[in-house]
Design a protein around this ligand. Structure first.
Ligand SMILES: *Cc1c(COP(=O)(O)O)cnc(C)c1O
Length: 393
């Protein structure tokens, strides 16, 4: 019999009833060190006092009014995002998937209004993830996500990650945009080298194509810059964000330049919930905390510490791990053992990680994780690794 919850997830037999900082608690008090952070959502950990305070205050004042009216909290968050980035304008969504939908629509509308309606094609890359909507799965293109869901939304060209020649060859007079995650998340924590991001920017400029970055997972301080593409010194025309921006409240956004967004006039797009006062009040508080030089410097310092300890872990367990990769506090342990076995052994050691593609175990701890917790995390991962090889003490 089908369960009351549609069974599209293989869930771990864990039930958490409370969160505090980097820790999740089961009924009865057993605690787990959370290196998954709800898949990079709990960027400030669980029950961050400033976010709780903001949520309570806004919750007692006004939750929702719809986009029929001006929303000061939305204007505040949009201003903060515009001030801190390449963008001139922002549209708020409830998720990364919806941000993907708008990014695709915006790119196509841009060329439609520019008198080039034939330019609808969007180039994407193997191993990418852009959400589970019809546009999202068509964009990523993997069989795992698309099989059985045809007909898929047309207009996506899929290229091998890192194949520069194929990329040059794929650009035609029908190309509207290139869509890429600066650091692939689901695909296995694969950073795009800075040189390649620069090359993509040049290629787009050369051919008059829009560059779209999907920073849903790698953005919001995750890599030690507010947005991952800042490391490469290039900016996109359109960017999708979500996950960390709400700190646990469902919130996403599309950021764009005035030029890229030029086709999105009144009536061309909308959202009932997107950008409501409650979500935007929380998002503005998250931005206030993360878009801060000292906070980001701390993320970088802690990322260095975690990475160094993980290199030690890999060296100590060469039969389980092959190496560490990633950027900032978005790190992947490439496994020799099976990644899901490592994640499951982590459950036994009360440390939570997330499997990713390419046999990688993903570490996306709260950006607020402490040095002590980093030490504890790697100790627990070491004991998990010993379990995988049957050397548990
Ligand atoms: C999670 C994710 C999405 C989809 O976001 P949802 O909020 O789950 O809809 C899109 N792109 C990337 C890179 C993601 O990691």
């Amino acid at each position: 019999m089908i369960p009351s919850i549609l069974p599209t997830y293989n869930r771990a037999p864990l039930t958490f009833v409370k969160g505090q900082g980097s820790w999740l608690f089961e009924e009865g008090g057993a605690r787990y060190l959370d290196l998954g952070a709800g898949i990079a959502v709990n960027a400030l950990g669980h029950a961050h006092p400033a976010l709780v305070e903001t949520l309570k205050t806004q919750g007692e004042t006004l939750w929702h009014v719809s986009n029929l009216y001006r929303i000061p909290q939305q204007e505040d968050l949009a201003d903060r995002l515009v001030d801190a980035t390449f963008a001139d304008t922002v549209f708020f969504t409830n998720s990364g998937t919806e941000a993907c939908e708008l990014a695709v629509k915006m790119a196509r509308k841009h060329f439609f209004d520019a008198g080039q309606p034939e330019r609808t094609d969007i180039i994407t890359f193997s191993g990418s993830f852009h959400g589970r909507s019809s546009a999202g799965i068509a964009a990523a293109g993997s069989e795992k996500m698309t099989k059985g869901f045809a007909p898929l939304l047309p207009g996506f060209t899929h290229l091998e990650f890192g194949d520069h020649d194929a990329l040059r060859a794929a650009i035609t007079e029908y190309t509207a945009a290139i869509l890429i995650e600066p650091v692939q998340g689901e695909g296995g924590i694969r950073p795009v080298p800075d040189q390649c991001l620069k090359g993509l920017r040049d290629l787009c400029d050369e051919h008059g194509i829009l560059l779209i970055f999907d920073e849903v997972q790698c953005g919001m301080g995750r890599t030690g810059k507010l947005f991952a593409h800042e490391w490469a010194g290039v900016s996109p025309d359109i960017m999708m964000i979500a996950k960390g921006i709400g700190g646990g409240f469902p919130l996403g956004a599309v950021l764009a330049t005035e030029e890229a967004a030029s086709g999105m006039t009144a009536g061309t797009h909308g959202s009932t919930y997107g950008g409501n006062p409650l979500g935007c009040a929380v998002g503005a508080k998250v931005m206030e905390i993360i878009a801060d030089a000292e906070f980001l410097a701390e993320v970088n310092r802690k990322a260095g510490l975690l990475r160094q300890k993980l290199e030690g872990l890999v060296a100590a367990h060469p039969d389980v791990f092959e190496g560490v990769r990633g950027s900032g506090l978005m790190l992947g342990l490439k496994c020799r053992a099976t990644n899901s076995d490592v994640v499951a052994a982590g459950y036994a050691e009360h440390v939570l990680t997330v499997p990713a593609g390419d046999n990688v175990v993903r570490l996306l701890p709260p950006l607020t994780i402490t040095d002590e917790e980093i030490g504890e995390a790697v100790d627990r991962l070491g004991r998990a690794a010993a379990r995988v090889t049957g050397d548990a003490a």
